[in-house]
Ligand binder design. Sequence first.
Ligand code: ZN
Length: 253
Amino acid sequence: MDTQLARGAEMIGAARKILVFTGAGLSTESGIPDFRSPGGIWEKYDPSDFYFQKLISDETAREKYWQMSTEFYGTIRDALPNQAHLAIKTLEDRGRLLAVVTQNIDNLHHKAGNSPDRIIELHGTVISVSCLSCRKKYERDEIQARLRGGVKVPYCDDCGGILKPDTISFGQAMPQEEMERAMRYAAQCDLCMVLGSSLVVYPAASVPIQAVQNGARLMIINRDPTPQDPDADLVLRMSVSKALDGMLGILFA
Ligand code: ZN
């Protein structure tokens, strides 16, 4: 394992434009369960209740959505960035980070202190809410206060439209601008580091493919195998924070 960490440190040391790609495995150490894991939220709720088309057409589905989402939001709101998030911040401080592209909706890269203009949230964020009709934006905490006050399904103050957290639901289109930015950075980077993602959710998982096709080296740190392991220059099946601690320790000691 030490040899592999040394190899990872060498790869980071040689890179000048690192694209970090993160998934749920990065945030489990911050106490945020993976949606899709045993014990995750989809064992308690049925994902088919939360398809985008159902949310916009069915008031009962919206009420259930806000119950589920409120439960999940409490965990996220109180979560703190872990050593892995802080290591990614260190990469930015050292001038190595091109961008961090995340599948996570938990705001932890912002909390870790990475520049907002370097963070691309492909699946949105829990910290704001938008009106689906007029696009008016609300702070999530303001909407949560309404729910605590007894409102079951909140609506837009301005137009009465449906409100929804700014996360991408099943059946909802990916944010096009974010996806395009991610692919642009993937084409520019010299190293792509996949951290805590199993690379099974598309189109997000096409970001590292784009990086490799454009000549970048690929490092994958994830507990489980991923479909892109054969294309990687280095694969580490271990805790992301331990791996990054080890590598940055060697590199910046
Ligand atoms: Zn509105």
